[in-house]
Design a protein around this ligand. Sequence first.
Ligand SMILES: [Zn+2]
Ligand SMILES: [Zn+2]
Length: 257
Amino acid sequence: MLIDSHAHLEMPEFRKDLSEVLQRAKDSGVEYIFTVGTERKDWRRALEIAQSHPSVYAILGVHPHNAKEIDEKTYPVLKELCKHERVRAYGEIGLDFFRDHSPRDVQLKRFREQVGLAKELKLPIVVHDREAHREALEILKSEKAGENRGIIHCFSGDEKMAKACMDMGFFISIPGSLTYKDAGPFHEIVKRLPLEFLLVETDAPFLTPVPFRGKRNEPSYVKYTAEKLAEIKGVAFEKVAEVTTQNALKVFRLNLG
Ligand SMILES: [Zn+2]
Ligand SMILES: [Zn+2]
């Protein structure tokens, strides 16, 4: 059994064939998928998918790309939706200084606010951090985000950053880019991280792993990332599947036994 800890099933890329996508996930051993609604227009759809499919749970929040769109209506709407039991975490929130779709000062302010909101809602926090490691860590630490635990999704930091996050109680989620030809330096970091803190994710429809790189990503492909992780860590695939699944159930506080 595998869990795809981060996908975007509510995005238009899945509008036509969602049921086939979910069936293929099941056939590949992916029992649960966490779909992340990143902006207001996507939240209800993400929650609807989670409500109508037992294998899907939702994560809701405002992505750093959309930080500039937050207005006085945003948080009240989010707060209501997040009370639903199919919503298992708050996110993805954080900083993206690579694309800079929202001004950096706005991203910083909204990230800090949303950590506060997640704490108020008592939800684990899913963090998006791209080329803003130092600033992201500073906010997570000063806002005591670790009390809620959470996930650094699509992890792209170094070993020191990973350690600081794990010390706070955060899990590290490994994306399909682990399978890419140029991922050597990332392999070296991942090799030294304890499996007990790792999750796997697709971030579908993005970041498609080899051998499907270039095509749309989907949750069934998370197995390629798990296979690569097993190879890098020199353990059996079944071990990676079992431990990453337990980690996901732990962080999302699900007792499915
Ligand atoms: Zn992200
Ligand atoms: Zn994402």
